[in-house]
Design a protein around this ligand. Structure first.
Ligand SMILES: CC(C)(COP(=O)(O)OP(=O)(O)OC[C@H]1O[C@@H](n2cnc3c(N)ncnc32)[C@H](O)[C@@H]1OP(=O)(O)O)[C@@H](O)C(=O)NCCC(=O)NCCS
Length: 371
């Protein structure tokens, strides 16, 4: 079999979605799973970013790419998200996925995309120089605790929580987007993109119960959350995304738990979310530290440092300069010199919180923009 790597066209996107469902969603009719869960990835506009190898006319292995923009620490930066990586069982172990990923990395580096975010952590990605970085907090609140502390939150009687029914999710994008836009660590999203994400089939995925809740104060939206429970473990609600007033969000946990008939709710807290961390401390909760979801890879190192320059300058008082020399990056920060021997060293130095690292707080990579 010839291993030509192709990029999809609007006409071939459908075929790729069907192939991927055979890998990831074998219980569903091919084409009705992943492409509808990730409509932002499998759109006709994004066709060229779906890379694949075919055996004759049949795609047998693919890697999905979605170039998005992240905002954090007052800067914005393009990133390439990688997901929907799959090979049909009969073709596994032939290095097809590895070859496609190598090509993806080469193309994205040529385009000077600074960073790649990968929704996985396995040999395939580690061999391609991806690694887990950064930190977030995870917290689990039991229904008992949510009920006990609710009374202590300064929330007015004008505050209400309501579940947004499926038919209204798309149109609610206009109301909810301004709340998301206020988040300091996030993806860039237009109203149309937000509507696509809120209408994604992820909300109706087999074996999952996923819902959208809005919190209003005198009718004005102040917060929202997207949560889901696996039908096999329905006692715990996982929060995929929340935005807006932390007080209002915490106040409504009890209503959300009741709506799901669940006994605990789990969510992530950004390490710089002082308001949430302060409130949780008041509740006597200490969040658990975890690495950010998935792995990341530095693609174009000079472009990465260029994008981060304002943050580095604010943090260190000087700008970073970088010189590539025989596969290593010599980075200078004023009189400090650092040699990063690999892409892994670069992202660890930038985003990890260990001694000697810059610890630049990054965005969470598991909200609705996840692919
Ligand atoms: C994961 C998956 C995409 C790999 O596809 P593939 O075409 O078989 O990939 P490759 O042949 O390039 O690599 C497969 C395995 O061969 C071995 N391998 C390949 N190249 C190797 C190398 N240079 N050195 C050592 N081992 C190697 C590894 O065991 C590798 O698996 P790993 O990722 O666990 O390390 C495929 O198995 C799949 O679709 N799985 C189900 C869906 C899934 O889990 N997708 C990934 C989501 S994160």
């Amino acid at each position: 079999m010839e291993t030509v790597i192709s990029r999809a066209t609007p006409e071939t996107v459908k075929k790729l979605g069907e192939m991927l469902d055979m890998v990831f969603r074998p219980k569903q009719r091919p084409g009705e799973g992943m492409p509808r869960e990730f409509p932002h990835l499998f759109s006709e506009q994004n066709a060229r970013n779906l890379y694949y190898i075919a055996d004759g006319q049949q795609p047998v292995s693919m890697v999905g790419v979605l170039v998005q923009e992240v905002l954090f620490q007052g800067i914005s930066m393009p990133v390439a998200s990688i997901g929907s990586v799959g090979t049909l069982p009969a073709y596994e172990g032939k290095r097809l996925a590895s070859r496609i990923l190598d090509r993806v990395v080469a193309d994205l580096t040529d385009q000077e995309i600074p960073l790649m975010l990968v929704s996985g952590d396995r040999g395939l990605y580690r061999r391609a120089h991806c690694m887990p970085v950064g930190q977030m907090f995870e917290v689990e609140v039991t229904a008992d605790l949510a009920q006990r502390v609710r009374a202590r939150l300064p929330v007015k009687s004008t505050v209400q929580v309501r579940e947004i029914p499926a038919a209204q999710r798309g149109v609610s994008a206009r109301r909810l987007l301004p709340i998301y836009h206020l988040e300091p660590y996030r993806y860039r999203r237009t109203e149309q993109e937000m509507a696509v994400l809120l209408n994604a089939l992820w909300f109706a995925r087999l074996d999952y119960d996923q819902r959208l809740f809005e919190v209003t104060d005198s009718g004005r939206p102040v917060s929202y959350m997207v949560g889901y429970a696996r039908r096999s473990a329905s006692e715990t609600v996982e929060v995929m995304e929340y935005a807006g007033s932390r007080t209002a969000y915490l106040h409504t946990l009890t209503d959300i738990l009741q709506a799901f008939s669940a006994s605990a709710i789990r969510f992530h807290v950004h390490i710089r979310d002082m308001e949430m961390l302060y409130l949780l401390k008041e509740w006597g909760l200490s969040p658990r530290a975890a690495a950010l979801q998935g792995t990341v890879r530095a693609l174009h190192v000079p472009a990465l440092l260029q994008a981060l320059q304002p943050v580095i300058r604010e943090q260190s008082g000087v700008e970073a300069t970088v010189m590539e020399q025989s596969g290593a990056w010599n980075i200078s920060l004023g009189t400090n010199r650092r040699v990063c021997a690999s892409q892994e060293d670069v992202v660890a130095w930038l985003f990890n919180h260990d001694e000697g690292c810059l610890g630049i707080p990054f965005v969470h990579t598991d909200d609705m923009n996840y692919i």
